[in-house]
Design a protein around this ligand. Structure first.
Ligand code: C5P
Length: 245
């Protein structure tokens, strides 16, 4: 894989026109463009995917979690829309994850297209051990036990037939060791040295994340709103590609 193909740009915007402007600028020079709940809910998922996919492959960050039958329907819709990758919550359970993958393969077959990659979200990085513990996970009392839970969820995602998981930089190595080399790891919380951390706490640079075992890195604000001295989103991408190279 070329270094540029590892970069997924998070297009976090509420207006399609804003996302399209950035997609135009960076699309040809990155691996994929991530559209999340904000823009999908603001502008409508099929339209967003149709417009943004003119500029690159789509990571549909819909984070599905519902009963298996409903998630299967949503997975078919994400496939039909033309997603290259979409995601579901691992906490939806193995039957739900398996159904998401199965439904996306069936829909792709019906349409004669390549099935999308289906990725599991383990535990959101906004959770710490305390937030998980108070939900009734009595065996999660500290950050190490939280990491064990993340690895267990990644193993379940693999068992369910998913292609990989989303993981914070600090979880990459443990998941890689537990799930092997064929399992995709998609990592947000990535910050080049020249960028502000914003609200991301456990960060790595693009180079560090890939060295640790990430297949793809998700980067939003450092690219969509780069520091003045860096220039445009396309300039920010160039700098990150150079670092990865
Ligand atoms: O702007 P920034 O680089 O922080 O954007 C990271 C993107 O990755 C955002 O779209 C955010 O919602 C997403 N994400 C994350 N942490 C997770 C899962 C997704 O930052 N655990």
């Amino acid at each position: 894989m070329e270094p540029k193909d590892r970069i997924i740009v998070a297009l976090d915007a509420s207006r399609l026109a804003d996302a399209v402007n950035i997609a135009k600028d960076v699309g040809p020079n990155v691996g994929a463009l991530k559209v999340g709940l904000e823009i999908l809910m603001s502008e409508g998922a099929p339209q967003v995917v149709r417009e943004i996919s003119k500029y690159g492959k789509i990571f549909f960050d819909g984070k599905f979690k519902d009963i298996p039958n409903t998630v299967a329907g949503a997975s078919k819709a994400a496939t039909r829309a033309g997603s290259w990758m979409f995601n579901v919550h691992c906490l939806g359970g193995v039957p739900m994850m398996a159904k998401a993958k199965e439904a996306s393969i069936l829909e792709a077959k019906t349409l004669g297209i390549t099935p999308p990659l289906v990725i599991g979200v383990t535990i959101l990085t906004s959770f710490d051990a305390k937030t998980i513990n108070e939900l009734g996970f009595d065996n999660v009392r500290d950050e190490l036990e939280l990491k064990h839970l993340v690895v267990r969820l990644a193993q379940l995602a693999k068992q369910a037939g998913l292609d990989g998981v989303v993981a914070s930089p600090l979880e990459i190595e443990a998941i890689r060791a537990a799930c092997g080399n064929d399992f995709l790891i998609v990592t947000p919380g990535v910050r080049p040295l020249w960028a502000a951390a914003n609200d991301q706490k456990r960060i790595m640079t693009p180079g560090e994340a890939v060295k640790a075992g990430a297949n793809y890195i998700v980067i939003g604000r450092p690219i969509t709103n780069p520091p003045k001295e860096i220039g445009t989103p396309a300039d920010a991408v160039k700098k990150i590609v150079a670092e990865l190279s």
